[in-house]
Design a protein around this ligand. Structure first.
Ligand SMILES: Nc1ncnc2c1ncn2[C@@H]1O[C@H](COP(=O)(O)OP(=O)(O)OP(=O)(O)O)[C@@H](O)[C@H]1O
Length: 311
C-alpha cells in the first residue's frame, strides 16, 4: 500500500521554485530517505506533505486519502519530528511528552502508559523531572522525538533529526528509528548525511533544486552510475607517462596523483584492482598501502549533478 503519494508538487517562494514537479511514493513499512544538500527542498516538501504550507500545483495523498489542513483523521496517525526542537520550556520532560500524547489520546491511564513507553524508548528515564533548558542538545532531540512518537503514529516524519547531535545521541536516534519501523511504523527521514541514509533507509530519493534526481535502494542507486570502485594506492616516483599508461588500463576512468597517493576511479567490471597491481609491478613502481572503496551515495550525487553532496 502506498502511504504517501506526492505527484507533480510545485512550490514557489516568489520567484524561487523550491519544489519543481516533485514526485514521491512511500510504501507501507519503508524507511524512506529524502537525501539532498542544504536548500534542496526537503523541509519545504515535508511542510507541504503535512499541509503546513500551501503549494502551487500537484497532489498529496496520505493513507490513500487527499491530505488537507483539516484532514484530522489523517493527521492523528502522523508523528512529526521537525528540525527545530518544539517543546515547552515551562514543562518537564515527562509533562511535555504527556502533553503531546494527550492531544491524540483521551484515556488518562493510556496517556501515562504511552508516556512511560516513550521515555524508555528514547532512554530519558533519568531526566523525567528536568526542564528542556537543562538538557544537552542530544537529550533535547531525544525529547523532541519522544513527543512526536508517544501516540504510536503509523507514519513518522523526521526532518534532519540528527543535525548538531553528539555521536552517542545520534546512534540512539538511528537505532530508535529502526525500532519504530520494526514495530510497524512507516518512516520518512530527511537528511543531508549520506552515511545515515545509507545505513537506515530501505528506499531513497535523491533530490536537488526541488527535483527528484533518482530513486531506489542504495544498491539500485549505486548501480545507476558508471563508477565501479575507487582504488587508492600509496605509490612513489610516478611520472606523467605512468599516469597516461594507467589511464589506458581497461575500465579505468580517471587517475589522479598527488602527495604520493594515487587515486584511481574505475568503471564497473571484474579484476580492476588486479589490472592496476599488474601494471604497478610490471612498471617496477614502488608502492605501499592499497585499498579499494565501493561507490557511496555521494558518488551517485556527484555523477548525476557534477557536484558534491557534502557541504
Ligand atoms: N520561507 C521561505 N521564503 C523564501 N525562500 C525559502 C523559504 N523557505 C525556504 N526557502 C528556500 O527554498 C529552498 C528550499 O529550502 P528548504 O528549507 O526546503 O531546503 P532543505 O533541503 O530543507 O534545506 P536545509 O537542510 O538547509 O533545511 C532554499 O533555496 C531556501 O532558501
Amino acid at each position: 500500500m502506498v502511504i504517501v503519494d506526492v505527484k507533480n508538487l510545485v512550490k514557489r517562494y516568489d520567484k524561487l521554485v523550491a519544489l519543481d514537479h516533485l514526485n514521491l511514493s512511500v510504501e507501507e513499512g519503508e524507511i524512506f530517505g529524502l537525501l539532498g544538500p542544504n536548500g534542496s527542498g526537503k523541509t519545504t516538501a515535508i511542510n507541504c506533505i503535512l499541509s503546513l504550507l500551501k503549494y502551487d500545483k500537484g497532489t498529496i495523498d496520505i493513507f490513500g486519502k487527499k491530505m488537507s489542513p483539516n484532514a484530522y483523521d489523517i493527521k492523528k496517525d502522523i508523528g512529526i519530528i521537525m528540525q527545530n526542537v518544539a517543546v515547552f520550556d515551562e514543562l518537564t520532560v515527562y509533562e511535555n511528552i504527556s502533553y503531546f500524547c494527550s492531544l491524540y489520546i483521551k484515556d488518562k491511564s493510556e496517556v501515562r502508559r504511552l508516556t512511560q513507553e516513550a521515555i524508555s524508548f528514547v532512554s530519558l528515564e533519568d531526566f523525567t523531572k528536568f526542564h528542556p533548558k537543562k538538557l544537552s542538545g542530544g537529550l533535547l532531540r531525544r525529547l523532541n522525538i519522544a513527543c512526536g512518537i508517544a501516540h504510536k503514529p503509523k507514519l513518522i516524519i523526521l526532518d534532519e533529526p540528527t543535525v548538531a547531535v553528539d555521536p552517542q545521541s545520534r546512534n540512539k536516534i538511528l537505532e530508535g528509528i529502526k525500532k519504530l519501523n520494526e514495530n510497524g511504523a512507516t518512516i520518512i527521514y530527511t537528511s543531508h548525511y549520506m552515511e545515515e541514509v545509507e545505513q537506515l533507509c530501505s528506499k531513497i530519493s535523491i533530490i536537488d533544486k526541488g527535483k527528484v534526481l533518482a530513486t531506489g535502494s542504495k544498491d539500485e542507486l549505486k548501480a545507476m552510475i558508471s563508477l565501479g570502485e575507487k582504488i587508492t594506492v600509496e605509490a612513489y616516483d610516478l611520472n606523467e607517462e605512468h599516469l597516461e599508461e594507467m589511464k589506458r588500463i581497461p575500465n579505468i576512468s580517471s587517475v589522479l596523483y598527488s602527495n604520493n597517493t594515487l587515486e584511481i576511479k574505475s568503471k564497473k567490471g571484474k579484476n580492476n584492482l588486479i589490472h592496476v597491481l599488474d601494471y604497478l609491478q610490471k612498471s617496477e613502481i614502488n608502492f605501499g598501502k592499497i585499498y579499494t572503496e565501493m561507490p557511496t551515495l555521494n558518488d551517485v550525487f556527484l555523477e548525476i549533478t557534477g557536484k558534491e553532496l557534502r557541504d
